[in-house]
Design a protein around this ligand. Sequence first.
Ligand code: SF4
Length: 297
Amino acid sequence: MPPVYSHSRLACFEDCPKRFHYRYILKVPAETQSIEGFVGKQVHEVLERLHRFVQQGLVPSLDKVLLRFRAMWEESYDPDQVRIVREGHSVEHYVDFGERCLRQFYRLHYPFDADETLGLEERIQYRDPEHGWRVQGFVDRIVRARDGSIEIQDYKTSRRIPSQKRLDADRQLALYQIALREKHPDTPIRLVWHYLTFGATRVSTRTPDQLDALRAEIADLIQRIESEERFEARPSALCDWCEYRDACPAARGKPKAAVEPAAAQPAIARAAARSPAPKPAPAAPAEPSAPSQMDLL
Ligand code: SF4
């Protein structure tokens, strides 16, 4: 079966080929995740539930939204599995942070009737006809705006807003547009980011020529990945957030004495033993999370 790529797979390879190798070739299970990733996932799930309610003509109160967030947090937070990297930050700090994101979004968009939801956590993809591989992604929310345009909306819980120049060159939502324009060839499409921490929205657009150039650039990158043999480590500040930091001998800032031999890294050794072929094709990404339970918000 032809391989499937996504923005996060491509970015993983560009950031550190070794991490890509652990995650997508050896398929070493991630035993921990960063708390930033955890809080972002909870916030995304609550916003998905909120919009599913709105689609049914029901607008939950802000109190209910925040209660749902707390309940989900308590159900899924595991201190042994979720890592706090930044020193001096408590779990409660991140709970407050998630609540702040939701409160800002709710107050800015209530009563959520400025546009029409066309899709939530929607999987979209395009296929390269020459090579057969596909690029796919999950869009937080696809929207029909009042002017008839389609918006590809993405929620961000990051601590800063990129410049407009960087957003105009952003790859993730532009990849989604390549896939979506096959379905809506004549409709203007906008790329929209909600920076939840700041209650701010940013918008960008792409021309057909820019999308064609991006498509070619992605094809080059995938060919580079498929011909890669060394998957060398690229240590950086990102090592602090890497799920393989404990096992990776190249992790930045790791004392050499603390580095254990590969045989002493059980998860990686087991994964390597399961992976006889030197370069198996990356597997399809995980399926989207189960549909929201409508009665829970
Ligand atoms: S710890 Fe750093 S060098 Fe090692 S795989 Fe992770 S990102 Fe790459």
